[in-house]
Design a protein around this ligand. Structure first.
Ligand SMILES: [Zn+2]
Length: 313
């Protein structure tokens, strides 16, 4: 189910019914706001044979729903790799250069587009320059700055934004209490995908993880290092987001903007921490956390990266 993004859905619905379609669409914007959900819906619409695509009733829609439709391709990094490789793009090229199996369109979803490497991005660009017949390419990208301008200029760009808090709150199951809904909405910060992944167990896990990070932030340097060594293996994207959101709240307390804080249940603790740190120091820590995912991608030692952030805090 698509939540939000009404104007994009309206635009794509019009494109589907008028059949005035671009060769390539670029869905870009923050992670977990629903780009993939809209891309799948649009892909289904592109191969649908009904009058109001995607009708959900025709044989193409049925085959698509069961992942059996043969002219639909998803290109993403292989489980063992970090990039979308040139071999994957070459393979895709040979597939889409053939006639569609069902005399319909071929549809490709490529995600995340920023994972194209220097070789594969050029091969993909050639596909955009000489679009294969009856093929629609849908690129999904979280970080548009990392894509070459030549890709942007050859795609119809659709910008996805963070969803308003009330829209996320409405989408949450009524099994949650009002407080739990508030907690999830605050944490998700407009990312519906993140909000819908929550459950009571996960909420409990996050609260426990946050308490541990705060305890570590207040500890002595040698304790920080041993905590880091012990826990490093479990650090994932969610941990980066969690730590970033805590530091962000400490910064907001520092500048007396507590109204915008996410972790309202930690107000007194975070406020106290904010009094022991300078504003430039907090800004520096936050910037390092923003840059962390990019530095991790450059294969810089994760232990050293985290250590430099926590020890300077
Ligand atoms: Zn259909």
């Amino acid at each position: 189910m698509i939540i939000g993004h009404e104007s994009i859905v309206k635009y794509l619905t019009k494109a589907l019914s008028s059949k005035h379609l671009a060769h390539a669409y670029l869905f870009y914007g923050p992670k977990n706001v629903g780009k993939t959900t809209v891309a799948w819906w649009f892909a289904k619409g592109l191969i649908c044979q009904g009058n109001q695509p995607p009708c959900g009733q025709c044989s193409n829609c049925a085959a698509f729903a069961k992942s059996l439709y043969p002219d639909f391709y998803v290109i993403e990094p292989l489980p063992e790799g970090r990039d979308i490789t040139i071999e994957q793009i070459r393979h895709l090229k040979s597939k889409v250069s053939q006639t569609a199996f069902y005399n319909s369109r071929k549809v490709v979803i490529l995600r995340p587009a920023e994972y194209l490497n220097s070789e594969s991005v050029n091969a993909f660009l050639k596909m955009l320059e000489e679009p294969p017949a009856d093929t629609i390419l849908i690129l999904i990208c979280n970080n548009i700055e990392s894509l070459p301008a030549t890709i942007l200029s050859r795609s119809t760009m659709l910008k996805f934004s963070l969803l308003p808090q009330h829209q996320i709150e409405q989408a949450l199951s009524d099994d949650y209490t009002r407080e739990q809904k508030k907690f999830i909405t605050n944490l998700a910060q407009g990312r519906i995908g993140q909000a819908l992944c929550f459950n009571s167990e996960k909420i409990h896990g996050i609260i426990e993880a946050e308490k541990k990070v705060i305890k570590m932030l207040k500890s002595a340097p040698d304790q920080k290092i041993s905590w880091l060594t012990e826990n490093l293996a479990s650090f994932d994207d969610n941990f980066v987001d969690l730590t970033t959101s805590l530091i962000r709240d400490i910064l907001l307390h520092k500048i007396n903007q507590s109204d915008f804080c996410i972790h309202t249940y930690l107000t007194s603790e975070l406020k106290t921490i904010s009094t022991t740190h300078s504003l430039p120091g907090l800004l520096k820590t936050l910037k390092s956390l923003f840059e962390l995912p990019f530095n991790l991608k450059k294969n810089i030692n994760p232990q050293l990266l985290w250590q430099s952030i926590f020890l300077k805090f």
